[in-house]
Design a protein around this ligand. Structure first.
Ligand code: FES
Length: 76
């Protein structure tokens, strides 16, 4: 992947990613940031993928990992 050098290049990358995805295909995104990995998210990711395979859903559901989503304020 090339380094993004301008806002226009970032927008172009965003457009390309959107164009490459099927909007009707479910996609589960699981955080694989440092904090979540420390809490065991890799096991969740592995189990999710295994369950999709077990249910013969491979290719019909995407599982993606992301970086940290940042701090989340919990409303009590
Ligand atoms: S590491 Fe997962 S939300 Fe921050």
């Amino acid at each position: 992947m090339n380094k993004i050098k301008s806002p226009d290049e970032l927008l172009k990358l965003q457009e390309n990613i959107r164009a490459s995805r099927d909007p009707n295909k479910p996609c589960v995104t699981i955080c694989a940031g440092t904090g979540c990995l420390a809490y065991g998210t890799q096991k969740l990711i592995d189990n999710f993928k295994a369950e999709i395979e077990r249910r013969n859903l491979t290719g019909t559901v995407d599982v993606r990992t992301s970086g940290c989503h940042g701090f989340v304020n919990e409303v009590l």
